[in-house]
Design a protein around this ligand. Structure first.
Ligand SMILES: Nc1ncnc2c1ncn2[C@@H]1O[C@H](COP(=O)(O)OP(=O)(O)OP(=O)(O)O)[C@@H](O)[C@H]1O
Length: 403
């Protein structure tokens, strides 16, 4: 165990970023599914962490939970309290918005647990100062569960849907809008995990997959990077029976106070409220749109507004197909932006025809020419409206929501 971050220490300046291309850090095979952008190791970027390190006063790094644009999230054991937590270490240049929001929510929390923040602290490392959030530990996201798991029983799903709805209501009551409610930011807890030994964590969740991080010339990575990269947990070793319908809402990086509204949001197209495209400022209503999408997905294991290119126009077209026509005032601007979008896509298609020659099985051309479309559309048109109605009107009461 090597202590790496020192709380609030003030030692020296971080080293300069690598200068020449032979100084670039790379990692070689095996290629992992889910690692951070290693060029973000450098002053202002991610804090380097290796498995087994102890970060802050007592957090031993056991596994990697995930990486976002502004943070790495680690499964850590709190050696003082003897419990597992998620330790989110923000990039040194990350804004303190998420910390402010979570601290406000922690104070405001009433009966409903709306934040999973336990404590915050700051560390200093080779890349600068980093805020660390100690969070309740969640498991796989709704996105992963939707993609890879068997459909859990309906009562389980109803409780999960109710928990998200209660969480969103409590957030709004506390004056906060999440702004980025997506299937990646809703996590299912794992039953019994707190009683597992470290060996059991590795056995049930899969051992960490690591690869050395080296300079292009084969020399070991410098002090501002970790010695190894770690593939984030994919939960493929996890049995669905291990999931609890306790839900954590995470990633408050886009969250905002009701009385301090941002100009726009970076919500992925499939969960983005349509009004944002028509020049309206974000409000708590964007969370309600996203909540509808999530409730549908929890019940059906299908994305309500699926997109191929993650473009806003595509999502809007899907939304129209699913929930009906846009308000009249928006229609003209939608059709002109859709027209531009179609032109862009057909230009890309011509480019692929010219430069790619024959098309492979998985080529992007298949997607662009619409080879995927009939299956995609037929699922939607034959079953979706009925499913939407069933989920939205067959909503559980507290009494019926039993696992
Ligand atoms: N409390 C938690 N328990 C378990 N896993 C978590 C937890 N919080 C985050 N994760 C995992 O880490 C990943 C990255 O976390 P998060 O989305 O909060 O980072 P971020 O940098 O703010 O992301 P983004 O780039 O989307 O803003 C998540 O997708 C999730 O898989």
């Amino acid at each position: 165990m090597t202590p790496r971050g020192t709380e609030d220490s003030q030692t020296g300046l971080p080293p300069p970023p690598p200068s020449s291309s032979s100084q670039r850090i790379v990692f070689q095979m095996p290629v992992f599914q889910n690692v951070e952008d290693v060029y973000m190791y450098g002053p202002g970027g991610y804090h380097p962490v290796d498995l087994g390190d102890v970060v802050g006063h007592s957090f031993k790094i056991i596994h990697k939970l995930g990486n976002g644009g502004f943070a790495l999230v680690w499964l850590a054991r709190d050696l003082n309290q003897d419990r597992y937590v998620a330790l989110k270490i923000l990039r040194s240049d990350a804004s303190d918005n998420e910390v402010k929001i979570l601290e406000h929510l922690k104070m405001a929390a009433g009966k409903t647990r709306i934040t999973n923040l336990q404590e915050t602290f700051t560390i200093h490392g080779p890349n600068g100062f980093h805020q660390c959030l100690v969070l309740d530990l969640g498991g796989p996201s709704l996105r992963r569960v939707t993609l890879y798991c068997k459909h859990p029983p309906l009562p389980f799903l109803k409780v999960a849907a109710m928990k998200i709805a209660e969480g969103v209501a409590a957030l709004h009551e506390a004056g906060v809008c999440h702004g980025d409610l997506t299937d990646s930011n809703v996590l299912f807890e794992i039953t019994g995990l707190q009683d597992w030994t470290e060996d059991e964590v590795h056995r049930y969740l899969g051992p960490p997959k690591t690869a050395p991080l080296l300079f292009l010339d084969g020399k070991p990575a410098p002090v501002f990077a970790p010695t190894h990269v770690v593939d984030a947990l994919d939960y493929s070793h996890l049995n669905t029976e291990h999931l609890s319908s306790n839900i954590l809402i995470t990633d408050f990086g886009e969250a905002f106070f009701k009385d301090n509204v941002p100009k726009g949001l970076g919500t992925p197209a499939s969960f983005s409220a349509p009004e944002l495209l028509f020049g309206y400022q974000p409000s708590c209503a964007v969370d309600l749109w996203a909540l509808g999408c999530l409730v549908f997905q929890i019940h059906t294991f299908q994305v309500l507004i699926p997109t191929i290119f993650s473009s806003d126009q595509e999502a809007l077209a899907m939304a129209i197909e699913t929930v009906g026509a846009l308000p009249e005032a928006w229609q003209e601007s939608f059709f002109s932006s859709l027209h531009l979008h179609i032109l862009k896509v057909s230009k890309r298609r011509m480019h692929l025809n010219v430069f790619q020659g024959s098309k492979g099985e998985d080529s992007r051309e298949d997607i662009i020419t619409g080879a995927e479309q009939p299956r995609y559309l037929s699922i939607r048109s034959s079953h979706r409206p009925a499913k939407i109605l069933t989920c939205l009107f067959n909503y559980p009461t507290h009494d019926s929501a039993i696992i």
